[in-house]
Ligand binder design. Sequence first.
Ligand code: OTU
Length: 626
Amino acid sequence: MADDEHGAASDAEFHARAARWHGDLNRALHALYGERADFAAWQAKALQIALEAHRARPAALRALDRAREADPAWFLAPDRIGYSCYVDRFAGTLEGVSARIGYLQELGVTYLHLLPFLKMRPGCNDGGFAVSSYRAVEPSLGDMHDLAALAQRLRAGGISLCADLLCNHTADDHEWALRAKAGDAHYRDYYLTFADEAQTKAFEAHLGQVFAVTAPGNFTFSPELQAWVWTTFYPYQWDLNFANPAVLLEMAAAMLNLANHGVEVFRLDSAPFLWKRLGGDCQNEPQAHAIIQALRALAAIAVPAVALKAEAIVPAAQLVDYLGIGPSAGKECHLAYNTNLMTLQWAALARGNAELLAEGLMAMPRPPPNTGWLSYVRCHDDIGWGVLRGGPEGKARDWEALRGFLSKFYAGETENSFASGAAFQVTNAQAVHGTSGSLASLCGLERALLAGDAGEMDLAVRRILLMAAVSFAFGGVALINMGDELGQLNDLTFAQGPRYDGDGRWLHRGAMDWGQAALRTALGSIPGRVFRGFQALARARATLPLGRAPDLVETGPASVLRMHHRQSGAHFLLLANFSPREVPVALPAGVWRDVLQDKDGLSGELPLEGYGARWLLRAGIVNKTG
Ligand code: OTU
């Protein structure tokens, strides 16, 4: 085909997609900017940006677009095992990550989330979450060419690349901010500025605080602007003004450009905070959803191979909205972090009781078709206890007391605690925010090793694998946080690290210990046991009949979680004992196969050891490929 013919055919493809998503894009844009006299011009401009991105899209990625349009649930396959890491901490540079693809494949990884790697503010930058340019890689990590090369190698190895889209804020040295500081009114309108401090106080009266200790308040005075700037997070992270349509289009263009470099999944950082309203807490506003829906529609039109993932650390009642509701069901994010599963798992582990976990999971609405959850037990952030609030239907319960208990338990401050984590951003002895600490340290491995207690070490390893077995069994994408697959401990030297800036989350962001990784084949070693445990879960999961979410979650006895997936005749059952004591567990009728231990013919009653987990399939109904 001649070039112009190619172009024409491809533009036709674009226009067909634009027609399909026309209604959704318009609904979202209208909700945001419908009142403006120049609305039609912005609408046209949005489509123009999408068309330019589509024309610039490499042929291989266009082929991927077509394949994924035919398989819209591609990211929900049971072999979707994610891995999350900082580029420098894992492998030095983007090129270094390329050299470690084999390691990721050995573990069973098919989805790689690289924490922020774009050009970041020098000095304090919140681990790269203060972006100076959306179009350049941080020079110490590589360049845009390395990014495209890495994405391509990952894709060839069956791994999808996920990157953050820092949509809520830029660094205060981003070009837009610099121009605003230099007096350019066009760019000043990219941010939320207030000349009068009283205005900020009026907002502040209804706002929470994310970094109450290291960055109190939500506004920062800029001497250059002679005004207060909205800064939800650190003072150098300037919140963007999405009431200005130019900001949304800049963000869309940045996203599409990264997609054309091979990014397949965007993690929408701080998604709840995108829209501000006087008198509200400025989270989860309907317009924040409209912004995401507009980004989704533009991605679907220009780069349909791409998926969006919401980072919304909000209570369960608000969470499913990020997958779209009403006319937008299934048309907002493809994925969202399952904060509910994560925090309730930690609650179950501390209490030796799975009832609250089962109840909380049953209360979650089912994700819309072609969407799902990202399950995780640890990530680069703290465990935010604030999401544990109970829904409107939730039983009357003292959630505040529970959050207080969990914070103390995982800081190792209660009598029976095995954990060595630390409270994060706590302003006074009563306040609770989150907990820092690595999976292994929170599960007791750090203390056990210090005490040289082999029995405790064994229990800690079982807790680690129990937490993973539950998280992996939920369906959707299961994410491993770098180092957890080796039982890596807290980094006790974190306060001396170059990126620390007084932020306690660096406790669990130590560099990858490749020495420990070398032990992964050593049968008797702890890293070996943990790695092989994760690997076995990843391999077995690929064969399981997992739905988007379990269809029944219950307990029996109280310490044992029972999670069921019934898919096209097959029945998968997870049993997970959150107590240290062995308990007898009654199996549902039928003959079961233990897929992790490869044992057949199980029926009746099963003794489940302390912190034991089983993945069972009802024999006879399983598909033959499994
Ligand atoms: C996100 O975090 C990122 O994951 C953090 O690493 C960043 O510091 C932050 O945004 C700013 O970019 O509020 O819903 O409680 O869970 O800051 C988004 C701490 C967030 C994090 C919280 C989170």
